[in-house]
Design a protein around this ligand. Structure first.
Ligand code: GLN
Length: 490
């Protein structure tokens, strides 16, 4: 058995037929991490002991035939923004270094309940602010297709852990593109579900109105399996939906002939690199060959999405980060005599000054400014109104079309360091992903080919709670093209 050849469904078949034990599979995952992670830095922490204990429990379930789910015994990683009881959870930030959560996120529990095996926690831009993982306080992750390039972010470590075959799936969060972008940069499948489809409980909040937890996998079939296990109502998250979760696998293999597909003209403008446009145009042609009816559509307010996003999201970020005050969680100057800080306000100020990185500080400043009484109407309120117009545009277009297609990223994966000194350039990486986040609709990145050996993702977008249709189309495209089979040479 070579772990690089395995998907969840292939591994499941081997485990079920007793051709492979959960222990062997877990050890293969841990061994792979030992050989490749120093090159790609996907992991912040490897939880070997816990993994082997979980593997043993999973094997007993296989042997006794109890609750044999497709994820039973499958090695996975969690983005280090998911709270894991008893296991350090840093959100990629110094301010949460050594923070040990007293409880696990609902998604972590759900995946534990079906018997998936956690082998570790993955790297991210601190608090998920970023598009490259370079905002991690613990060093960036690297793109396995070329380690001088970024893997995308903020769920970069998660995507890299899957692309490098260190695990068979990972969890990410997508607030403005953080699952889709790293998936497109690493030739993996990344799904941002409808807002409310997956519980946010126990996931360290970035921007609560768009935070969307979702899976990163090697194939669309695996994506359907993991989403089925992650999704569902949670009484601990008031925004989680009560809609029944379908078995997403049942959508796979269905014909997509007759689908009406829109291609927003706002996607194909100056700024979209030819390196990305080529494969995306070919992908659109492929959908026509598969029998879909493709037309250009106009989503005129989409042009404002990025500007709106960078007002609304920092506003929420500034509020969500106010809880890190040097008292309640993580790092505190009060606990270290060398700082000689005793009065309360200095504890707050100094702990935040030392604990937060530049990007978190930038967003706190932007957000508090946009929310301040003199500017609230001009920035935050106006942004909310335009956000509603973006939502309306999508609602209208989905009355006529089943799906939309477009790029995920405007460029190929870029060099480490190329954009990290220029926040505006970095923010532009989100130009094709933020509008869906503001509208709360689902979107997936699926491998769509290569330019000069670097992966390009295709974005497929659907209306609220249409993840099934999204997966149906993604699967049809994946099976017709097979780009997912190309692995990085590590
Ligand atoms: N790159 C975007 C940002 O920095 C998206 C982040 C995310 O989805 N978590 O805000």
């Amino acid at each position: 058995m070579n772990i690089t050849d395995l998907t969840i469904s292939k591994a499941h078949a081997l485990l079920k037929d007793k051709k492979l034990s959960v222990k062997e599979l877990t050890e293969a995952s841990l061994a792979r991490i030992k050989t490749v992670d120093e090159k790609v830095h996907a992991f912040l922490k490897v939880t070997e002991k816990k993994a082997l204990e979980q593997a043993q429990a999973a094997q007993i379930r296989f042997d006794t035939g109890t609750d044999v789910n497709p994820l039973l015994g499958i090695p996975m990683s969690h983005k280090d923004i998911y709270c894991t009881k008893g296991v350090e959870t840093t959100a990629g930030s110094n301010i949460l270094k050594e923070y040990i959560p007293p409880y696990s996120a609902t998604v972590v529990k759900k995946l534990e309940a079906v018997g998936a095996v956690m082998v570790g926690k993955t790297n991210l831009d601190a608090f998920a602010h970023g598009a490259s993982t370079e905002n991690s306080d613990f060093g960036p992750s690297k793109n396995p297709f070329d380690t001088s390039l970024v893997p995308g972010g903020s769920s970069g470590g998660s995507a890299v852990s899957v692309a490098s075959s260190e695990v068979l799936f990972s969890t990410g969060t997508d607030t403005g593109g953080s699952i889709r972008l790293p998936a497109s940069f690493t030739n993996t499948v990344g799904l941002k579900p409808t807002y409310g489809r997956v519980s946010r409980y126990g996931i360290i909040a970035m921007a609560s109105s768009t935070d969307s937890p979702g899976p990163i996998t090697k194939t669309v079939e695996d994506c359907a399996l993991v989403l089925s296990a992650m999704a569902g109502h949670d009484k601990k998250d008031a925004t989680s939906s009560g809609r029944l979760v379908p078995d997403y696998k049942t959508f796979l293999g269905k014909n997509i002939a007759g689908f009406k597909i829109g291609v927003p003209k706002q996607f194909f403008v100056e700024g979209l690199s030819k390196d990305v446009e080529g494969p995306v145009r070919d992908a659109i042609k492929k959908f026509e060959e598969l029998g879909a009816k493709v037309e250009e559509v106009d989503l005129s307010y989409m042009d404002y999405a990025l500007a709106i996003y960078y007002i609304i999201i920092p506003s929420e970020v500034s509020s969500n980060l106010s809880r890190y005050d040097g008292i309640k969680y993580g790092f505190s100057v009060e606990r270290d005599a060398k700082f000689k800080v005793t009065d309360l306000l200095s504890v707050y100020g100094k702990s935040r000054d030392i604990g937060f990185g530049q990007e978190a500080k930038r967003r706190i400043i932007l957000g508090t400014y946009a929310l301040s009484s003199g500017y609230y109407d001009a920035y935050y309120k106006k942004a909310q109104k335009v956000s509603q117009l973006i939502k309306n545009d999508f609602t209208k277009v989905f009355e006529k079309y089943d799906l939309l297609l477009g790029p995920v990223s405007p460029t190929l994966p870029f060099k480490l360091g190329e954009k990290s000194g220029d926040p505006m350039q970095m923010y532009l990486a989100d130009v094709y992903t933020t509008s869906m986040s503001l509208a709360g609709i689902p979107a997936i990145s699926v491998p769509a080919g290569f330019t000069r050996g670097l992966p390009v993702g295709l974005q497929i977008i659907a209306s609220h709670f249409e993840e099934g249709r999204l997966l149906q189309a993604a699967y049809a495209f994946e099976q017709a093209t097979g780009f997912f089979e190309t692995k990085p040479k590590l």
